[in-house]
Design a protein around this ligand. Sequence first.
Ligand SMILES: *Cc1c(COP(=O)(O)O)cnc(C)c1O
Length: 342
Amino acid sequence: MMHTAPAMLCQNQPRERFVHLPTPLEAAPRLSRDLGINLLIKREDLAGLCVGGNKSRLLEFALGSLRDTGVDTLIAYAAPQSNKLRDIAAVAARCGMKAVLLIPSEGGDDNTVLQGNRLLFDILGAEVRGVAADLNRAGILKAQEAARDGMVRQGRRPIILDRKLDYGIDATIAYVDAAEELLCQLAERQVTPHSVYIAVGAGMTAAGLALGLKHLGSTMRVVGVCISSPAEDMAPEIESHAARASRRLGLPTSLKASDLTLIDDQIGAGYGVLTPDLTATVHRFARLHGMVIDPVYNAKVAQALCEAAESGRIPKGETAVYVNTGGGPAIYDFSAALGGAA
Ligand SMILES: *Cc1c(COP(=O)(O)O)cnc(C)c1O
């Protein structure tokens, strides 16, 4: 019987500890029966900190690299229902820092609905500022730099947490670490899954998982389910995230986009748009497992997994892993679509 070994690939990385690891790898017997496969769920949504999720795991590394730097202010930009912003607010509270969160807003942030993650920003004590809704990547960086300069003038020591900066590498190595953790759990169960399904937003999480699994010689196929951008755009992004992470960790392994399967037929109407099919999948997972998945990321992954099981792309009786990356509070922003008996 193998033990859950301590994470080794990332052992030299500075790291704070505030999530509960390993996250559970749990069986889902009713869903498995319904899908005709053996489904295991990696519950990143139960990682702790505030409400769990992949951002909680990565912030252990992001905060670790800030140790002894005197940084006291975390600045980031994302959507009003962002899980990243929520966890930055939570980690700032945990570590006694200030969080300055920039969100796109048409004419001031008064008009954002105080619900889901946006409500949690306030409860967690973050400073929330609206910025122009139509910024491109360069504009987003500029807005964050302006916020940083303002904080410096107030005598604070701010840092910007943006995927183009160190934060992007931290996000990727966190899932190299998760890959190792998952392989330990699978070895304990003596099961070799056919595939593992995970969301692709900006692609750091899937890149880290695929890089870690490749480096450790796993044969399990990573299926990355693109949430908002097409696979042809995400492939080079994923390769670049993985390359930065390999360099940081000193790994000889380089990840090619062809090492994983990227699918983009779940993008549907785009980021954060809930279709009737996705609603049905959220209900299906809730009613067959008591697990409430978020409509923005995980409903699309679940939908892809259901279609793969039902079409035989995951052969009957095979094991597949579904990584639940969190994001649950977003459901409260979708009450009209998700509520009512169906
Ligand atoms: C951010 C996020 C993702 C996507 O992570 P990327 O590294 O950007 O691909 C997936 N699921 C949830 C719940 C998230 O908040």
